[in-house]
Design a protein around this ligand. Structure first.
Ligand code: CP
Length: 333
């Protein structure tokens, strides 16, 4: 494996193989599998889970890793092309990224979503520019429109819970958050559940529709896997018979790149905080998923996070197990 960027690059059999490997590595640890191998980790935006789970995954497989982020660097990092570097930044990504990559056998990159131009973010321009600078295998640790490690862990979580692919109802719901967040997680989640063959409903207020290329790809994936994709702003209709609700906030696509426009729209939507009444039309055992970090009392009520519906901690732990499988395939061969 040379590139782990988009879960849809892998067919159902390949994903099943990765998840089987993740389970095997948990049951039967291989603490020497990646002995002598090094993973370079470049974070251009903050992280807790991705940062810790990749380091833990490499350690459990006997390899090593190192982390670089602008906050810890003694030099400021510049990313803009063609810039005259007479300001604070003393190093450009055009040198820094290939140097970092050259110290490892593979590199994980977390890029930032500019959230200025939707087409640029849909094309993942920032991430692809960084990838073009390296010649070792690359893992996307979240970019403007992809989060494949989260998707693989989420797929594993659904399997672990015994939530069926065929006939399993997956609700991806927008939730209130004070900031305009990237589209990577909702885009990855809707594709993952569609690819898994689930009946997917995207629940979102007007103005927060996922971009047509994302929804169209999800519909194609669902058509191939036997699932379905619908979209609504009607909470009761969406939650009817749901096996799982996956909550996430994202930027308004109506006002993409227009922060005041986005802010004005989302200020009306404080009530989109997932709480027990949401679950009334759902299955009794309907679960709550979120990629974390999550703002308590804003995105979701404490009672849900602290109650039996929530699977957010095992979901986050699955990041490490899923990534162990990816690293094993990528670095061991
Ligand atoms: N879910 C996720 O990617 O978490 P971090 O931003 O903490 O890595």
């Amino acid at each position: 494996m040379k590139r782990f960027n988009d879960l849809t690059d892998f067919d159902a059999q390949e994903i099943a193989g990765l998840l089987e490997l993740a389970g095997r590595l948990e049951r039967l640890p291989e603490p020497h599998a990646l002995e002598g191998k090094v993973l370079s980790l470049l974070f251009l935006s903050p992280s807790l889970r991705t940062l810790a789970s990749f380091q833990a995954a490499m350690a459990r497989l006997g390899g090593g890793s190192f982390v670089i982020s602008p906050e810890m660097s003694i030099h400021g990092l510049e990313a803009r092309p063609g810039i005259v570097m007479d300001g604070a930044a003393a190093e450009h990504v055009r040198e820094a990224v290939p140097v970092i990559a050259s110290y490892g056998d593979a590199i994980g990159i977390r890029a930032f979503a500019e959230r200025r131009d939707l087409d640029e973010d849909l094309a993942d321009t920032e991430f692809e520019n960084l990838v073009s600078l390296v010649d070792v295998p690359v893992i996307n640790m979240e970019s403007a429109i992809q989060h494949p490690c989260q998707s693989l862990a989420d797929w594993k979580t659904l399997d672990d819970l015994g939530i069926p692919a065929e006939g399993g109802k997956f609700v991806l719901s927008w939730a209130y958050h004070p900031l305009a967040l990237p589209l990577a997680v909702p885009a990855a989640a809707v594709r993952m559940a569609s690819q898994r063959g689930m009946d997917v409903t995207v629940l979102r207020p007007p103005g927060f529709e996922l971009p047509p290329p994302v929804m169209n790809q999800a519909r194609r994936l669902a058509a191939a896997s036997g699932g379905s994709v619908t979209e609504t702003d009607d909470r009761r209709e969406a939650m009817e018979g749901a096996h799982v609700i996956y909550a996430k906030s994202w930027s308004s696509t109506l006002h993409y790149g227009d922060r005041p426009g986005d802010q004005a729209l989302r200020e009306e939507l404080l009530g989109w905080c997932v709480d027990e009444p949401w679950f009334e039309p759902a299955r009794e055992d309907c679960r709550f998923m979120h990629c974390l970090p999550v703002r308590r009392g804003v995105v979701v009520a404490d009672g849900i996070l602290d109650g039996p519906r929530s699977v957010v901690v095992p979901q986050a732990r699955n990041r490490m197990l899923a990534q162990m499988a990816v690293l094993y395939r990528m670095m061991k061969g």
